[in-house]
Write a protein that binds this ligand. Sequence first.
Ligand SMILES: *Cc1c(COP(=O)(O)O)cnc(C)c1O
Ligand SMILES: [Zn+2]
Length: 417
Amino acid sequence: MGESALVSLACSQCCQRLEADALWNTCPACGGVLLAQYDLDHARRSFRPEALRDRSWNLWRYAELLPVRDPVYRLTLGEGGTPLLAATRLARELGLRTLWLKDESRNPTGSFKARGLAVAVSRAVELGAHAVALPSAGNAAAALSAYAARAGVPAYVFVPADTPPTIVRECLAYGARVYRVRGLITDCGRIVRQLARERGWADLSTLREPYRAEGKKTMGIELAEQLGWRLPDVIIYPTGGGTGIVGMWKAFAELEALGLVGPERPRFVIVQPEGCAPLVRAFHSGAERAEPWEGATTVAPGLRVPATIGDALVLQAVRASRGTAVTVSDREILDGMHFLARTEGLLVSPEAGATAAALRRLRESGWLSGAEEVVLFLTGSGLKHPELLPTDDQVPVLDPDDPRSLERVVASETEHP
Ligand SMILES: *Cc1c(COP(=O)(O)O)cnc(C)c1O
Ligand SMILES: [Zn+2]
C-alpha cells in the first residue's frame, strides 16, 4: 500500500493554506470550502497502474491521494471497488452507443456515502476525534453510524423527521444516537454546528470538512482505472450537495498531474428533482452561486438539499466541463428506478433512478447524440426504500394441494409483459 502524499489544505475561495494535520471545518478566514492538497510529484513514484494492480479492491488502494497517514487508521468495510456494468439493453432502448452503470449501491450501508465517510471518520479519528456528528438526509447518517461503530467512537446523527424509517432504524442498529429534526437537512446542520462546537464533536457535515470529498473523489479515480486510464464523454450524477462532483473534478485534475489521463474532461450532467433544484436553476440563470430553494420536496431524500456550501465549486465544474443541468419530476424518478430494475436487474434508490430519467430527457432533447460514452452514477440501493417498491398484495398465494392453484400460474404465463 502507498503512503499519503497529503501536504496541506487550501481554501477554495481565498486560497489560504492551512496545516493539514489538525481538524478543520471551513476556512477560518472566509468560511470557504477547504480542499486537500497533495505532493503529486511524490505520489507519482508509487501511484502507477502496475503498482496498483496488486492492491485490494477497496478505495484505500488510492492511499497516496487520500489523507490518512497511518494505515492503522484506515477503516474499511469494503467500500469502493464497485462494478462498472455495461448497460446494453438500456443503451439499445435509448439509442446510445455505450452506456455504463457505476453501481454504487454495492457499497457498505447501501450507498456511496460509505466512500466519503470511510475516509472522513478514519481521518477524524487519526487526528484525535472522540465523537463524530453530522446532519443527513439519511444515507450519510447510516454510513457515519457504521464507520463510527467500526472505529469505536460515538456517532450523533440528525436527520429530517420524515427520513425513510428503514434508514433511521439502520442507524440505530449500528448504535448511533439518532435525532429527528422538524425541518430539512439545512436545519439539522445548524443544530450540529452548535452542538459540535459546544461538545467538541468532529462535525463531518459534507464539504464543511475537507475529507468526505476525498473519499467521494475515489469514484472518479476508480472510473478512470476501470476504463483503462481514460475518461468517458459524459457523467450523469444525481446532485444534492454536489460533493461527488467536487470530488471527481478534483480527482481528474490530480490524475492529469500524475500523467494518468489527458486534459479532456467528461461533461458533467447534474440532475435534481423539480421540487428541489437550486443548482439547476443557478446553472441556467448564469449565476455563480445558488439561492436556497424554498419549500423543497421530492421522493429522493438524498436530493432534498435546498442549499449547499459547495454551490460555486459545483457550478464551476459543470461549466468548465461543458456539461449541463436538468430537472426531473418525481414521477420520472420512480419510473427511472423501476426501469433500471426491469431492464438491467439493478434495484436502485430514487436518486439513482433520477439519472436514468435525465438520460432519457437528454437523449430526447438531442443534447446527447447517442454517439457518446455515458456513465450513470447509481448512488444508492433500492433496498433502503421498501416504501417505493411494488406492494405484494397482488401476489397470489397458492395452495399446494389444490390443482386450480396451479392453473392460475399457467394462466398468468401469458400475461407477462
Ligand atoms: C447524498 C446522496 C446523493 C447526492 O450526493 P452529493 O454528492 O452530496 O450531491 C445522491 N444519491 C444518494 C443515494 C445520496 O445518498
Ligand atoms: Zn478562505
